[in-house]
Write a protein that binds this ligand. Structure first.
Ligand code: KIV
Length: 277
């Protein structure tokens, strides 16, 4: 039995993926997929089909918790979700997304909250931001907490970015490359690039030794990430330009719920076979 990352796609690797595996995959030129997960059933299913990295994203805000953005999400919101995903899986690397306000204040605050995530089962954390997050990334990695960085469209900063739009065009692209290099030097094991021009993502991917994970960043990054509800077509609407929906769960689930309600209304469910003697 091979112990390496690609075999995980065949579902035969018996141990958890590590950040080292992700680095080895980049070094071998092999791409991998990351999905968000916020609960036991999707985490188990994504583990079963061989998704090597699960992000318990703060996108739980708009996918689970009923918020309009990720800004209101708290540690208390995230901890049970991270615990559920971690204890329902055996093989994927589980990354906990640090919510807004849980790490910006100081490196000590970031470490305190990152440790809470690791204590409920995450193997790594993700945080948004560039140069100003270098002290946080340094302290976390030196303290044994692997950190995934996140640049480009950083949704927690929607109020300063002025909306959800493409980042890093023109001179801002050079600044983004510098920020990426600083995060790598600080010890980040990987970097999410969200909604940036394809050429810029390619440049960052070539300049960085660590893996890049794109979302709306073109095909040149080492890995891709999607919010699972978007990927599976459960989220309403067309979604952003970069999204490809791999299923139409919204229709499937809606039809099922409607059919169930109709069966109850007409008395055809439960039938005799669903009852006990
Ligand atoms: O919270 C999230 O889902 C994310 C991904 C989109 C990268 O940060």
């Amino acid at each position: 039995m091979s112990d390496s990352l690609p075999s995980l796609y065949g579902g035969i690797t018996s141990r958890r993926v590590t950040t080292r595996d992700l680095q080895d995959a980049k070094d071998r030129g092999e791409r991998w997929a990351m999905l968000t997960s916020y609960d036991m059933l999707t985490a188990q299913l994504f583990d079963e089909v061989g998704i090597p990295v699960l992000l318990v994203g703060d996108s739980a805000g708009n996918n689970v918790l009923g918020y309009e953005s990720t800004v209101p999400v708290t540690m208390e919101d995230m901890l049970p979700l991270v615990r559920g995903v971690a204890r329902s899986t055996q093989r994927p690397l589980v990354i906990a997304d640090m919510p807004f306000g849980s790490y910006q204040e100081s490196p000590a605050q970031a470490l305190h909250n990152a440790v809470r995530f690791l204590q409920v089962g995450a193997q790594a954390v993700k945080l948004e931001g560039g140069s100003h997050m270098v002290p946080q990334v340094q302290l976390l990695t030196q303290s044994g907490v692997p950190v995934m960085g996140h640049l480009g469209l950083t949704p927690q900063s929607v109020n300063t970015l002025g909306g959800y739009k493409v980042q890093g065009r023109g001179e801002a692209g050079d600044r983004l490359v510098e920020e990426a290099l600083k995060l790598e030097a600080a010890g980040a094991f990987a970097l999410v690039l969200e909604v940036v021009p394809r050429d810029l993502a390619e440049r960052v991917t070539k300049e960085l030794a660590i893996p890049t994970v794109g979302i709306g960043a073109g095909a040149a990054t080492d890995a891709q990430v999607l919010v699972w509800t978007d990927m599976a077509g459960l989220t309403p609407g067309k979604g952003p330009k970069f999204l490809k929906k791999y299923a139409d769960l919204r229709t499937i689930l809606g039809d099922a719920a409607r059919a169930y309600a109709e069966d109850v209304r007409t008395g055809s469910y439960p039938a005799d076979e669903h009852g006990y003697l």
